[in-house]
Design a protein around this ligand. Structure first.
Ligand code: PMP
Ligand code: GLN
Length: 402
């Protein structure tokens, strides 16, 4: 791969070490480090700058005080597995059995890793959309799988359906879906999901669906693929407390699906982390039980933040693709004469004091070419921070010409 940065090599699974022998870092780590060293506003890595619900913090503190400080059961404490099951029933009418069909994981990251490692044999194909979240490529590579992609196309980042169909082969073992989608912010409508299920059925592929942004959609419904006819028996659904509750540092995630698939994943999880942070699990159960108004508010608050940043990015002369979900807005920098978003992302903190993530790093070479002028900005920040970022970005055109 030409000019491959460490994260790109990691994302292909080809080599987890940088050429100079040092450990490669992800794009998120690289840009957060750059933001910190330059004092830039960090709209790169997607983490909120405010904590989530006070009752969840109090529950975690109380759990530590009460001595919930040793290993939890490998599959998670029953209270949280029951809360996950009740959440799936409340929002989606799904009824996973907390004893056999739910597993608590160390963030969605571990759920993704354990699922792919459980299902993929060397040489199996795993299909993702492109751009794709970085850990998919890395784990597919670690598992010895072949990573096949189908493009999402601007401006709405819906799949190219012909390319999607032709990306399926007899060796497709897993469709790794991400909905709502990072980095594009796309939320897939029922018709797209139905077609994916049909194709997965036809090719006897499993579906692993990363839905960590399930509650963060703006005026469109989130439809879990597992709710579609024919899907549940072949689908693992993944989510996390990080995004919904603004506790990304707790690293509590979960997955649910049919018993035989969950059992295979649980076996792998035993050897990745064995079990996940005990005192946080009960606190996340508290969060999952919060009333509907909490869930409505997190989406409407985030929508307002999206609109503030979108307006600032437009005013800065960038081409804005307004997302229907997630923490992220993609912009086209070519109206400002930029051809290479990776280069711009490295210069942006020094130029205007704002950090962002280049979209090509979520792609293989063909997709990187298609997205080469796109940047991703995170808007999960306080409104004042977004307003300040917008005013800094307003100087970008002049700074680029200076
Ligand atoms: N999947 C997607 C699409 C993400 O954006 C992220 C980052 N939050 C993760 C998985 C990882 O989630 P966690 O922090 O819970 O491991
Ligand atoms: N999910 C976060 C993002 O997309 C980053 C998480 C990480 O650093 N791995 O920005």
């Amino acid at each position: 791969m030409r000019d491959a940065a460490p994260w790109q090599r990691a994302a292909t699974g080809a080599n987890l070490l940088a050429a100079d022998g040092s450990l490669g870092v992800t794009i998120f780590e690289e840009m957060t480090t750059l933001a910190m060293s330059t004092g830039a506003i960090n709209l790169g890595q997607g983490f909120p700058d405010e904590d989530g619900p006070a009752e969840m913090k109090a529950a975690a503190q109380a759990a530590i005080t009460a001595g919930a400080n040793q290993y939890a059961p490998g599959k998670g404490i029953l209270e949280l597995r029951e809360a996950v099951s009740a959440h799936q029933a409340r929002f989606y009418g799904l009824t996973p059995d907390p004893q056999t069909e739910v597993v608590v994981t160390t963030g969605a990251t571990e759920a993704i890793a354990a699922s792919l490692l459980a299902f993929i044999q060397p040489g199996d194909e795993v299909l993702t959309f492109e751009p794709f979240y970085d850990s998919y490529g890395a784990i597919i590579g670690l598992a010895g799988g072949m990573h096949v992609t189908a493009p999402l196309l601007a401006p709405d980042f819906m799949p190219d359906m012909e390319r999607l169909e032709s990306a399926f082969t007899p060796r497709t073992r897993v469709v790794m879906l991400n909905n709502p989608h990072n980095p594009t912010g796309a939320v897939f409508p029922r018709a797209v999901l139905e077609r994916i299920v049909e194709l997965a059925e036809k090719h006897n592929a499993l579906i692993v669906s990363d839905e960590v942004y399930e509650h963060l959609t703006f005026g469109v419904p989130h439809i879990p693929v597992a709710t579609l006819p024919g899907a549940a028996e072949r689908t693992i659904t993944i989510s996390s407390a990080g995004k919904t509750f603004s506790f990304t540092g707790w690293k509590i995630g979960w997955l649910s699906g049919p018993e035989h698939l969950v059992a295979a994943i649980r076996t792998v999880k035993q050897f990745l982390s064995y079990s996940s942070g005990t005192p946080f699990q009960g606190a996340v159960a508290v969060g999952l039980g919060l009333p509907d108004t909490f869930y409505q508010e997190i989406a409407s608050t985030l929508q307002r933040k999206r609109d503030i940043l979108a307006e600032g990015l437009r005013a800065a002369g960038l081409g804005v693709y307004l997302p229907q979900g997630t923490y992220f807005i993609n912009v086209d920098t070519s109206p400002l004469g930029i051809r290479d978003a990776v280069d711009l992302a490295r210069r942006l903190p020094g130029l205007v004091g704002v950090a962002a993530i280049p979209v090509p790093v979520f792609c293989h070479p063909e997709g990187a070419e298609r997205t080469r002028s796109l940047l991703r900005f995170a808007f999960c920040k306080q409104e004042g921070v977004l307003v300040e970022a917008a005013s800094r970005l307003a100087t970008l055109r002049d700074k680029l010409q200076a």
